[in-house]
Write a protein that binds this ligand. Structure first.
Ligand SMILES: Cc1cc2nc3c(=O)[nH]c(=O)nc-3n(C[C@H](O)[C@H](O)[C@H](O)COP(=O)(O)OP(=O)(O)OC[C@H]3O[C@@H](n4cnc5c(N)ncnc54)[C@H](O)[C@@H]3O)c2cc1C
Length: 601
């Protein structure tokens, strides 16, 4: 197949952000766009479209990059698998479709760090633009019905959201127990306050209970536009520039990519936009000669633009599960392991009914002062002292000091969350095995309290290790390099045990399956976490939007420093981690980027 060789915009990566941009930019028929996506189209794949199949796509190269970190020194030298979506839709086709928005303070922090226009007011505007919220059509039968505030929800955006079918028994247990522990209920967690407990929405289209994601919401409606070209199984190797070096900003002329066994190029008349995600976008910049000179010379790439922030400032949400066997074996996701139950559920799903429409619903986002009111002040003081010591030793750059100060102000604020505790209706101690793995005992059902660290103090790196664009970069999140990150999860595990000692959960628990009764002391809990923690798949910061003097890679218009027309638009640009799952933020980044590029404010 021969392709046109020049387009106004060349978009690298047809994932979550890439498809939003492609769709918005081609609304103008005079503008031509090409999307180059490394994976396959993966359109209408049942593995993607049908809910309640968590992790079934993991490890399958058709859907998942299945990256692996380097050995993690503070996690007993483990390598951790990082799934990421491959193919059109990217990670929006692989994710758990939990629709979560961050607290306003976390988004306002972007502006405080030097990014005018990146604040909660703008976030709310663009998140509404991306969403169509569907209230439930059936009465809510459980003790804790869904509530919502229509004024902060989108009404005509491409992504459909609604209330998933949930496991009422477990949700009632979780919510009732949290209430008894004094955790406040948030009526609608989509307006900038998420501290407390609530029921979440899912990005499912209630019309047929299928996943609503970047492909269905943004790409398919734009697919027939003559000004949009999408090439799949096209792996971008590097960005090409008009100039070799220059004192002036460089202009990207196009990209080189691998397709059908050949090296190809495509020219950009206006811009090249990297949307390859937080793992691959920094690698592409480095292969293009943009980054830290030592890293580039190590792999034999000539430095075109010295930008030491590329692949740095990586922040990751790590998680640990605490699983319980539940009395009476109410149906949960574990029930799908029974072939008869699974076949029945599938039959019902074909009629738009049944448990296959399930989603994650019970969430809580908690301040440390709620998780451990007695020890919180001492833990915060110890962290303060530790950070001060590092600063005094001169090993902390100014830009990181500023980020830590913002993080400390969140930690000291009893109204803002530090840790997430969500209910997974099934056995999920080992995230990457999940439903594929047998439950500890067949025929029994479990629930798992998932604890996720929200604002890590550790900082990691993602760097290219060779000039081969098909090789994976070295991913080093530096898990638990700062002790406090581990300590917070220890506190989370202990809080979960408090939950299990509180009614109504207390009477429903048969036993703690993992880590189990033998794991008692803080030291034993630490070891449990180090040996079993996984990723919540939210790594970001590798192409941070920050002033160049603060180690930034892109400016507030998402343009790479030292270039006139190269942008990064994906999760990698988020400079400081947020208390949320990340897809809504990516939709916002891409929607806002489209307006910036089109000259609209
Ligand atoms: C397993 C999992 C579960 C998650 N669960 C949730 C959840 O329930 N709720 C939530 O809010 N968030 C969740 N997330 C996070 C959320 O889905 C992501 O943060 C978001 O989709 C990332 O969007 P992105 O555009 O930055 O990257 P992606 O969507 O990953 O897109 C990057 C695209 O670039 C392509 N690409 C990469 N390299 C190249 C190259 N060299 N050439 C061409 N193409 C390339 C990739 O194949 C991919 O399609 C989850 C993520 C994962 C992985």
């Amino acid at each position: 197949m021969s392709h046109q060789s020049e387009f106004d915009y060349v978009i690298v990566g047809g994932g979550t952000a890439g498809l939003v941009l492609a769709s918005r930019l081609t609304e103008d028929p005079s503008v031509s766009v090409i999307v180059l996506e490394a994976g396959e189209p993966n359109i209408a794949q049942p593995e993607i479209m049908m809910p309640a199949q968590y992790a079934m796509t993991f490890g399958n190269p058709k859907f998942d990059w299945a990256f692996t970190t380097v050995k993690q020194k503070f996690s007993n030298d483990r390598e951790v698998i990082w799934s990421r979506g491959k193919g059109l839709g990217g990670s929006s086709g692989l994710n758990f479709y939990a629709w979560i928005k961050p607290p306003a303070a976390d988004i306002d922090a972007f502006e405080k760090l030097g990014n005018p226009g990146w604040n909660w007011v703008e976030f709310l505007k663009y998140t509404k633009k991306s969403e169509t919220f569907h209230p439930p059509t059936e009465p809510q039968p459980d003790a804790v019905p869904q509530t919502w505030d229509a004024s902060i929800r989108g009404t005509d955006g491409p992504i459909h959201t609604t209330i998933p079918v949930h496991h009422h028994v477990l949700d009632d247990l979780f919510q009732g127990t949290m209430e008894n522990l004094g955790v406040p209920r948030v009526e609608d967690p989509y307006g900038g306050n998420i501290t407390g407990r609530w029921l979440a929405n899912a990005n499912l289209d209630p019309k047929d209970w299928t996943r609503s994601y970047a492909t269905t919401g943004y790409y398919l409606p734009a697919r027939e536009r003559p000004n949009l070209t999408v090439i799949t199984e096209a792996t971008v190797a590097r960005v090409l520039f008009n100039e070799k070096h220059s004192e002036k900003p460089l202009t990207a002329s196009g990209v080189e990519y691998l397709h059908a066994g050949k090296k190809c190029t495509v020219n950009a008349k206006r811009e090249v936009i990297l949307c390859a995600g937080a793992i691959k976008s920094p690698q592409i910049l480095e292969l293009s000669g943009i980054g830290r000179p030592e890293i580039l010379s190590n792999i034999g790439v000539e430095t075109k633009i010295e930008l030491p922030g590329v692949g740095e400032n990586v922040q990751e949400h790590s998680f640990i599960g605490v699983s319980y066997e539940i009395a009476g074996s109410p149906p949960t996701l574990d029930s799908f392991r029974d072939p008869t139950y699974a076949a029945e559920a599938k039959k019902l799903y074909e009629q738009g009914l049944g448990p296959q429409r399930a989603g994650l619903s019970s969430f809580s986002f908690l301040p440390l002062s709620t998780v451990n009111p007695h020890e919180a002040p001492a833990l915060i003081d110890a962290l303060d002292a530790n950070l001060e010591k590092q600063k005094q030793a001169g090993s902390v750059p100014k830009w990181l000091k500023e980020q830590w100060e913002l993080q400390m102000s969140v930690l000291k604020d009893d109204g803002l969350p530090d840790i997430e505790l969500l209910l997974f209706p099934g056995h999920l101690t080992l995230c990457w095995l999940m439903l594929v793995q047998a439950a500890p005992e067949q025929g029994k059902t479990y629930m798992t309290a998932i604890l996720i660290l929200q604002h890590p103090f550790s900082r990691g790196t993602i760097h290219a290790t060779s000039t081969d664009p098909t090789a994976n970069p070295a991913i080093d999140p530096h898990y638990f390099e700062n002790d406090f990150d581990l300590e917070l999860l220890v506190q989370g595990v202990k809080y979960t045990r408090k939950l299990a000692q509180t009614e109504p959960f207390k009477s429903a628990v048969v036993k703690e399956a993992d880590p189990g009764a033998e794991c008692v002391t803080d030291e034993q809990i630490r070891e449990y976490i180090k040996n079993l923690h996984g990723t919540a798949w939210h790594a970001l910061g590798s192409c941070s939007m920050l002033p160049r003097s603060k180690n930034g890679v892109v400016d507030p218009e998402l343009k790479v420093y030292g270039t006139t027309n190269l942008r990064v638009v994906d999760l990698s640009v988020v400079p400081l981690h947020i208390a949320a799952h990340t897809q809504t933020t990516v939709y916002v980044i891409a929607e806002k980027a489209a307006d910036i590029i089109r000259g609209r404010k």
